[in-house]
Design a protein around this ligand. Sequence first.
Ligand SMILES: NC(=O)c1ccc[n+]([C@@H]2O[C@H](COP(=O)([O-])OP(=O)(O)OC[C@H]3O[C@@H](n4cnc5c(N)ncnc54)[C@H](OP(=O)(O)O)[C@@H]3O)[C@@H](O)[C@H]2O)c1
Length: 269
Amino acid sequence: MKNEHMKVTMITGASGGIGKAIADQLAGRKHDLLLIARNEETLQEQCKLLMQRHGISAHYIAADLSAPETALRVFTEVTLRGLEVEMLINNAGIGSGGDFTAISLQSELNLIQLNISSLVALTHLFLPQMQSRRNGTLVNIASMTAFMPVPYMAVYAASKAFVRSFTQAITEECKPKGVCVLLFSPGLTRTNFNASAGIEGEKALRLRSNHSQAASQTPEQVAVELIKALDEQRNFAISGRRNRIRAKLMALLPSSMIARNIASAYRKG
Ligand SMILES: NC(=O)c1ccc[n+]([C@@H]2O[C@H](COP(=O)([O-])OP(=O)(O)OC[C@H]3O[C@@H](n4cnc5c(N)ncnc54)[C@H](OP(=O)(O)O)[C@@H]3O)[C@@H](O)[C@H]2O)c1
């Protein structure tokens, strides 16, 4: 395997769901890849398959981005391996749902570390090289919850509002420096996300997040829309026509009214 300053697209949370679908699509377009997630066995198997199927180079680093020191460890490992990250896709994320005070504080703090702090750290570590080369792309994955306060998903939605605000600001800072930034927001997508967040059964129904009842996309559909947004060099895209219409309607309403309605719908069940 070549490893001398090989240009790679690095995807966090690439072992399943949306990140895996993005990896598949990009491998089909001959991107060499660096995949990050916790499950080493899955990553190893996935890299083997991608290399066989697409004739690309696929690397992985097994890493837990809910730990504060991980982003720097990943950056150091990338440097040691002589890889050059020309596209960074910050996709890894976890959800949480239910009564805020009933959710364990540690799991909310881990969520903040993964969804916010590690995303900021990886961006801070890899962006300077892209800027000095005047070449590179940063993609941050938000969510429809980035546009409104969501009672009973308070910390998750706030983490995605952070991702939205941060990314839109960085987009402008990057414009004169030759780096393209995309803020990409999926809506409800049929992945392992709900299960890992413990949003299942009655809770999923009350949060309008049940895959069989609420409109949702497959991770493959989401990945196709993301690639299209990259091809069009967009700075902002929402996945799914229904979600785009919803975002436009939401923007017309006061956020306090949206929050009140979500809370009352959740309590009514
Ligand atoms: N699914 C939806 O409805 C939806 C809607 C809007 C936005 N999103 C966003 O889309 C992104 C991807 O979500 P998904 O639906 O694809 O979720 P998913 O199916 O649960 O996949 C999450 C991915 O992140 C990895 N991951 C989880 N915790 C990690 C950690 N601590 N460190 C490193 N990697 C970790 C997982 O692999 P390991 O378990 O091996 O680490 C997996 O590869 C997230 O940012 C999410 O907020 C999802």
